[in-house]
Design a protein around this ligand. Sequence first.
Ligand code: BTN
Length: 247
Amino acid sequence: MHDMGEDIKVIRLDCTDSTNNYAKQLAKNGEKGNVLVIAKRQTAGRGRLGRSFYSDTGGAYFSLLIHTGLKAEDGYILTALAAVCAAQTVEQISEKKCLIKWVNDVYTDNKKLCGILTEGACDNSGGFEYAVVGVGINVYEGNGLPEDIKDTATSVFGKKEINAAVIENLIGIFTKKYLAAVNGSHEPFINEYRRRSMLNGKTVSYQKNGLTHTATVICTDEKCRLVLNENGKEIRVSAGEVSVKPE
Ligand code: BTN
């Protein structure tokens, strides 16, 4: 494994239901250190909003259990940093150029390449007792992506023969970048997250209080909220409140 320059335990699994579940269970069992859990495939990979995440052999599926001094309300930082680090990592190892689709997806060629699922538990003072940052990157496609996602998802290297060392190297590069980002100044990463936004100028719809709203995206703000123009009025929405689908 790539030198990650940090004290982190690595657990490699051939198969698990979800590396996020595995990492959360470690934390619940009292693990106080940072742990990277990697699986070759997952039987119940999860995404945001209860969605499933395609997790067959050929992808990079991993979760970082970290103990951070961040407040729970700043959890968006963990996801934003991960999106930027995933984009940078993919660009470092391939010819792909990546954008970020608010709030937790990395896209290339207008298709989803990577999803991020951040979970955690709070302590009594509103901080994270622990956080689990789960990342799934489609690296290879095997015989092709499944029917239900083949038009909306893509991979870094397509149908090339799966090379486990490439996947391992990708995870190592990501982890080194991510730990440095979390422990360093977040601002440059948040700025990069905002610059890589693929929704700017797009018309989007979102659900709030059971109603469908339509608005135009102006930008992403310094707290990674989406700034929208809805009928001439500027509003800001955060990931916890709404999910946005481009029209
Ligand atoms: C999304 O698309 O909404 C987020 C997908 C996150 C998938 C990764 S794969 C590794 C980790 N384990 C999971 O069950 N989910 C995350």
